[in-house]
Write a protein that binds this ligand. Structure first.
Ligand SMILES: NC(=O)c1ccc[n+]([C@@H]2O[C@H](COP(=O)([O-])OP(=O)(O)OC[C@H]3O[C@@H](n4cnc5c(N)ncnc54)[C@H](O)[C@@H]3O)[C@@H](O)[C@H]2O)c1
Length: 321
């Protein structure tokens, strides 16, 4: 199979390329990535010389770049996006351009050349859950995005579904909770906390640190995408979750404990505007239909991630400058 992976130089995309080439060594991957601040070819150094891996620098919004690449592939796996909520609050326009228009350009090419399309999305499209409740998001939860990032991802999900309903394009969508693991850009909470502790600096925690996220080790997410691409039912959405709910304060304390550092490094800062309180995902559908469930618990995943960051100080330095 020939895959066109968009955004493959980012966090999840690069983990996915490594994962896929390991599981499917006879397949080939073209990675289309603009190399924004979040894209880093160093993430792919181990595969860059593989005959079945090819990198193209380009914009998913540009049909002259996208069309020939989609024509050549069997399946599009679409990760490329602006992905950081805080940046979307400061500069929403680029989120609409890349996340919505870029997705539509890819869909149009997939339609033109009759290609399978898998869209990577987020639990954030569903909005926020009450803090102390057992209710979780699932495939039937109404969309209620609350940040420019999640609104742009919601719009992209809708347009992907519209291409299926209107034109019969063979699509699937996955909505996943927060990921963590190797090659995670250190603006996001877990890699930020780890790199701050490595530098002996305070970990900034929004508000009182009460916001809850459901954490998933990135390799588990890659395996979920693999199963959906290979066996997912066309036209369907799959919710992917970690069964690992933690509030930000508890998570920061766990990271400090695993790194042998003092809780004096906790530093409370002004909360993010419109900060979603809680995300949690019911992954029953993908578990029942495709046999997927998370395999890496949060402590094991964090240990692996901390070890990875400590062994890749050059990579961290490169991201920070
Ligand atoms: N990180 C998470 O916890 C998480 C959870 C669920 C879903 N997602 C989704 O997964 C996908 C990947 O997330 P990530 O955390 O790896 O993001 P990331 O920010 O680390 O990577 C995004 C990649 O897309 C590339 N890109 C940006 N604009 C582009 C454009 N116009 N054309 C081509 N490439 C472009 C960047 O250069 C970068 O390599 C996103 O769609 C995101 O919404 C992320």
């Amino acid at each position: 199979m020939k895959l066109l992976v968009t955004g493959g130089a980012g966090f999840i995309g690069s983990n996915f390329i490594h994962y896929w080439l390991k599981q499917h060594p006879t397949d080939s991957i073209v990675n289309l990535d603009l190399l924004t601040y979040a894209g880093n070819l160093a993430n792919l150094a181990a595969v860059q010389d593989s005959p079945n891996y090819h990198f193209v620098q380009g914009d998913v919004c540009d049909p002259t770049v996208v069309n020939p690449l989609v024509y050549e592939c069997d399946v599009v796996v679409h990760f490329a996006a602006e992905s950081h909520v805080d940046r979307s609050i400061v500069e929403p326009g680029i989120f609409l351009k890349t996340n919505v228009l870029g997705t539509q350009v890819l869909l149009q090419a997939a339609l033109e050349y009759s290609k399978r399309f898998h869209h990577i999305s987020t639990d954030e499209v569903f909005g926020t859950l009450p803090l102390h409740a057992t209710v979780k998001f699932n495939e039937d939860t109404p969309y209620q995005p609350r940040s420019p990032y999640s609104a742009s991802k919601a719009a992209s999900d809708h347009i992907v579904r519209a291409y299926h309903e209107t034109y019969g394009l063979p699509i699937t969508i996955s909505n996943c909770t927060n990921n963590y693991g190797p090659w995670h850009f250190p603006e996001k909470f877990i890699p930020l906390a780890i790199t701050k502790v490595m530098a002996g600096q305070p970990i900034p925690i929004y508000g009182q640190g009460v916001n809850v996220r459901d954490w998933l080790y990135v390799e588990d997410h890659c395996r979920a995408i693999e199963l959906i691409v290979l066996n997912g039912k066309i036209g369907e959405t799959y919710c992917v979750g970690g069964n690992s709910e933690l509030d930000n304060l508890a998570l920061a304390k766990l990271i400090l404990k695993l790194m042998g550092a003092s809780e004096e490094l906790l530093s409370f800062v002004t909360d993010r505007p419109g900060h979603d309180l809680r995300y949690a995902m019911d992954y029953g559908k993908i578990q029942r239909e495709l046999g997927w469930e998370p395999t890496v618990d949060i402590t094991t995943g964090l240990r692996r991630t901390i070890d990875w960051f400590q062994a890749h100080r050059d990579w961290v330095e490169q991201c920070l400058h």
